[in-house]
Write a protein of this length. Structure first.
Length: 156
């Protein structure tokens, strides 16, 4: 796959945004590595880098302060839909996220949004199951001290 046009699709709130300012640093059949500036800059979040793990169903992002120091690692559980006709990749956020702080503290967030999305029929039961299985796989990597193998794609 040549460098695709990237889109971020959210379920809550429902939106699909062209990531026109993201810079693809490398791309192959298993990973896409990007650098980016925050779409909606916050007091602390300024820019970062992400690695899309296309076969695993997650995206690992390094969120940085303006001085390039680590704010935290943000891990999205996602689904990917590639369209070869226009070389586009829609990355759908499957709501469950994991934040890893510089001190190593791990926080799982937004699980309530999975229930809200299921109840409103914004996602199917199969999508909910997939999201939870991918979250489980990611947490197993984190808790078995293998997160360094994931963040190495960004830090190398």
């Amino acid at each position: 796959m040549a460098n695709p046009i990237l889109y971020r699709r959210r379920i809550i709130p429902e939106e699909c945004i062209l990531l026109k300012d993201d810079v693809i640093l490398s791309c192959d059949e298993e990973h896409i590595i990007t650098s980016w500036n925050a779409l909606h800059p916050k007091k602390d979040l300024h820019h970062g880098m992400s690695c899309y793990f296309l076969k695993e169903g997650f995206k690992i992002s390094k969120f940085c302060h303006e001085d390039d120091s680590l704010l935290y690692w943000y891990c999205d559980i996602v689904d990917y839909n590639y369209n070869s006709s226009d070389n586009s990749l829609i990355v759908t956020d499957l709501l469950a996220d994991v934040i890893i702080y510089p001190d190593g503290f791990v926080k799982v967030v937004d699980l309530d949004e999975l229930v809200t999305a299921l109840e409103s029929r914004s996602i199917s039961l199969d999508t909910l199951k997939s999201s939870l299985m991918q979250l489980n796989k990611l947490l197993n990597l984190i808790y078995s001290n293998q997160f360094d193998t994931l963040k190495a794609y960004i830090e190398s």
